[in-house]
Write a new protein. Structure first.
Lengths: 275, 169
């Protein structure tokens, strides 16, 4: 349980981080809070040649909000966002989901963007970003680009990020008046990885429901304003489409049931919150 | 800071329990091993080594953190507190440590250093904790002896005594 050897670079400028990524590509990894990367290193599931520590770049440490969106820099720790006084008012879905990310003892160091970069299938922050139609801001030495969350997550712990790119920040739309938001998850114990996590955004024309923990990456569906058995049928269809598998933690059938039950609960809660 | 080579040891200087200390570490060395082997501070325990059990929890720059999910090189310049820094003087326990003893909040003691460091941070920010919040918070620690009940009792007792001490300070 010790990492293999790697070089360590504490980036003094963003340009230095970009240059190292450009030179070392796939052999380089960005190190932020390290709460997902360190276990990967210790278990030797990742064996980079160089780690680029971006926690000392002041331009990545900001939480900024305008009328439309919150922008969260790559070195903002989860605990810092959770303690941001405007969070609940600006984006209640993020506020509801963040306490479910790891434990207090890992949120203290883990970053919001690190969770997005790691892209664990059961992770809460990618799920919420998808439900909110958020986006990821990537940059390399050559260029900057903005990738919508729906195009970013591409597989188990794999994303649309190129080897020479780093996440500079993420962008989550602010609360929209008349929208309702809800989040729920089920795990064996509080703080465990979610077996199923659900996030819903209810609006005048229907509801947007995102499910994590079942498929290889968070998945989203938009429904018109369904209720009663029509909603049950829609949730049942979604549950089957996610291709749930049996594993150590739960059977596929149990996961489908959680999608049906928790899915209905978040949809109803999100609708209540619209009022 | 230049790029630190994987094969070499590099000087790390940090503040540990109020004293400036320094020692050398390869980039891959975990903070747990750095504390125990290079600085001979063995109060911090090593359990699962992937951030789940909480035994290695220390305070880094004022917040609780898993030493096993931290590289020594990341903490160059940091301010770290470990369980060795809790007692106000040799032979005297802190209020929180005393409460653990009074309530039998430990048996084998393996998890205790981490739980103490976590609670030390928590009670500083939350002087009047409720039991539910404490239970959630301690979800970040595994204890296989006590069943957690005496740990919660010790934390609540310590919080009350700390409030009292603060009043007379």
């Amino acid at each position: 349980m010790k990492p293999a050897r790697f070089d360590y670079l504490r980036a003094g400028t963003l340009a230095e981080a970009h240059a190292t990524l450009a030179a070392d590509g796939d052999d380089a990894r960005i190190l932020a809070g390290g709460q997902s990367l360190l276990p990967m290193l210790s278990m030797r599931m990742a064996r980079p040649k160089v780690l680029i520590d971006i926690m000392h770049l002041p331009e990545l440490a900001k939480i900024e909000a305008d009328a439309n969106a919150i922008r969260i820099g790559a070195s903002v720790r989860q605990a810092k966002l959770l303690a941001w006084p405007a969070l609940h008012e600006r984006q209640p879905l993020l506020a509801a989901a963040l306490p479910w990310v790891g434990h207090a003892q890992t949120r203290s160091r883990g970053t919001v963007c690190g969770s997005v970069a790691h892209a664990d299938p059961s992770a809460e922050i990618p799920l919420v970003l998808l439900a909110l139609k958020g986006a990821i801001h990537l940059s390399s030495r050559q260029k900057q680009r903005r990738v919508p969350a729906v195009d970013f997550f591409t597989g188990i712990m794999s994303t649309a990020r190129n080897d020479d790119e780093l996440i500079e920040g993420i962008e989550a739309p602010c609360r929209t008046p008349g929208h309702g938001y809800a989040f729920r998850e089920f795990g064996r114990r509080y703080g465990d990885f979610a077996i199923v996590a659900c996030a819903a955004v209810a609006h005048a024309d229907g509801v947007r429901l995102a499910i994590g923990g079942v498929a290889d990456f968070p998945t989203v569906r938009d429904y018109p304003d369904l209720s009663g058995t029509a909603l049950d049928d829609a949730l049942d269809g979604f549950a089957w489409e996610l291709d749930a598998r049996d594993d150590l933690h739960a059977t596929g059938s149990f996961r489908r049931n959680l999608v049906r039950q928790l899915g209905r609960a978040v949809v109803e809660e999100a609708r209540r919150c619209r009022a | 800071m230049p790029r630190l080579s994987a094969d070499a040891r590099h000087r790390i200087r940090l503040k540990l329990n109020g004293r400036t200390v320094e020692a050398d570490a390869e980039p891959r060395m975990l903070l747990t091993d750095f504390l125990r082997h290079n600085l001979a501070m063995t109060g911090t325990h090593v359990g699962c080594e992937h951030g789940v059990c909480g035994a290695c929890t220390v305070e880094i720059d004022g917040v609780p953190a898993r030493a096993c999910l931290t590289l020594a090189v990341q903490t160059d310049g940091a301010n770290i507190r470990t369980v060795e820094g809790l007692a106000p003087e040799p032979g005297r326990l802190s209020i929180l440590q005393e409460a653990f003893r009074r309530h039998h909040a430990l048996q084998c003691g393996f998890c205790t250093a981490g739980i103490l460091m976590s609670l030390e941070c928590y009670l500083r920010d939350n002087p009047s904790p409720d039991e539910t919040a404490l239970r959630d918070y301690l979800g970040g620690h595994l204890c296989r002896c006590t069943g957690y009940v005496p740990i919660i009792a010790a934390a609540l007792d310590a919080a009350a005594r700390l409030r009292e001490a603060h009043k007379h300070a």
